[in-house]
Design a protein around this ligand. Structure first.
Ligand code: VGL
Ligand code: ZN
Length: 198
């Protein structure tokens, strides 16, 4: 039985000064770096969008940032342009200990569909391959940290629990966007899915 720390989207665009900055997102970098020492494996995820990505508000004429539109796969929040492939905003924060990572998983790289979860794209059907990677390594216990608590961390944790991993979210090492009560809703959805909030 092995465990893994899954570090979600600790990228410049989600940190203060970035285009989709999560308040105080940089405060969790040191705690995450320290936590890495306690796990058999460390996996980093990286939000990684092409310039014409469907989640970018400026690709939808007249749309307001943070409004919700309907996509073939369900509702989609329209975000400010962020984490464009190869840009500085998509890079990991410079203080994150990337050397400790066994694997970097990129997600959201298809123009027509977003991927909040590290396990499935937002159609809840197209796998990223992470579950197979973890299972092949004999990893059964997952701890999740990172950004944003109420979007990519929550969606990843819910999928992980549904896939049968013993899953906890270390809330001190997460920060939320928290729009329209999204953090409270995400915490309830995580608990209902069997995720431990630590
Ligand atoms: C995220 C919004 C858009 C996240 C990624 O990492 O939580 N949120 N893309
Ligand atoms: Zn994104």
């Amino acid at each position: 039985m092995a465990n893994a720390l899954i570090v979600i989207d600790m990228q410049n665009d989600f940190c203060p000064g970035g285009s989709l900055a999560v308040p105080h997102g940089d405060q969790i970098i040191d705690p995450i770096n320290r936590l890495m020492q306690d796990f058999d494996a460390v996996i980093l995820t990286q939000d990684w969008h092409p310039a014409d990505h469907a989640s970018f508000v400026d690709n939808h004429e007249g749309a307001e940032p943070f409004s919700v539109t309907q996509m073939p796969y369900g509702p989609q929040v329209l975000w400010p342009r962020h984490c464009v492939i190869g840009t500085p905003g998509a890079a990991f924060h410079r203080d994150l200990t990337v050397k400790r990572a066994d694997m970097v998983l990129r997600k959201g790289f298809r123009a027509g569909i977003d991927s909040y979860s590290a396990f499935y794209e937002n159609d809840h059907a197209t796998p990223t391959g992470l579950a197979g990677y973890l299972r092949e390594r004999g990893i059964t216990q997952l701890s999740l940290v990172g950004l944003a608590h109420d979007f990519c961390v929550a969606w990843s944790a819910i999928d992980a629990a549904r896939l049968g991993f013993a899953t906890q979210v270390i809330e001190d090492a997460c920060r939320a966007i928290d729009m329209d009560g999204s953090l409270a809703a995400a915490r309830k959805a995580m608990r209902d899915a069997g995720v431990t909030l630590a």
